[in-house]
Unconditional design. Structure first.
Length: 147
């Protein structure tokens, strides 16, 4: 889920960036201001996409904040930003589920490390018991000596 969010976010972010850049450069009045806010949203998307693999919860927050700015930009005359706000919220949901999946993977990895540690401790204890026996673990007693 995190990789899908990364790829989709980068591709759509590039489209949003180009659209916002054109609106900011050639838009009149309010639409130009909306284009400038659109550029800010595109930069926030880029940052959120950069965080989606390692820190998906921070990415979720970034996409939500970007959606809020996109909603503000949609009121300025650049109405396409309303669509980008919706897409940003979808990416936030994807990042959230990516965070849940990562948290589950981390928990499973920690449990496996703990089980391995317990096995290692048990083997170490068994080896110490074997070494402490009289005669040691490598001493071989012949059948004639034992009679």
């Amino acid at each position: 889920m995190r990789i899908a969010g990364l790829i989709i976010g980068l591709l759509l972010g590039l489209l949003m960036f180009l659209q916002s850049l054109l609106i900011a450069a050639f838009g009149d009045g309010d639409a130009g201001a909306g284009g400038a806010l659109g550029l800010l949203v595109a930069i926030m998307w880029l940052i959120s996409c950069g965080l989606v693999i390692g820190f998906p919860l921070a990415s979720t927050i970034g996409f939500i904040v970007a959606a809020l700015f996109a909603m503000i930009a949609a009121t300025t005359g650049f109405s396409d930003m309303g669509v980008w706000a919706g897409v940003s919220l979808v990416l936030a949901v994807m990042s959230f589920f990516g965070w849940r999946g990562k948290r589950s993977q981390d928990r499973e990895r920690d449990e496996e490390r703990h089980r391995q540690y317990q096995r290692d401790q048990m083997l170490l204890h068994m080896m110490q018991q074997q070494r402490s026996r009289p005669g040691g673990p490598h001493e071989v007693v012949s059948s004639q000596e034992s009679r």
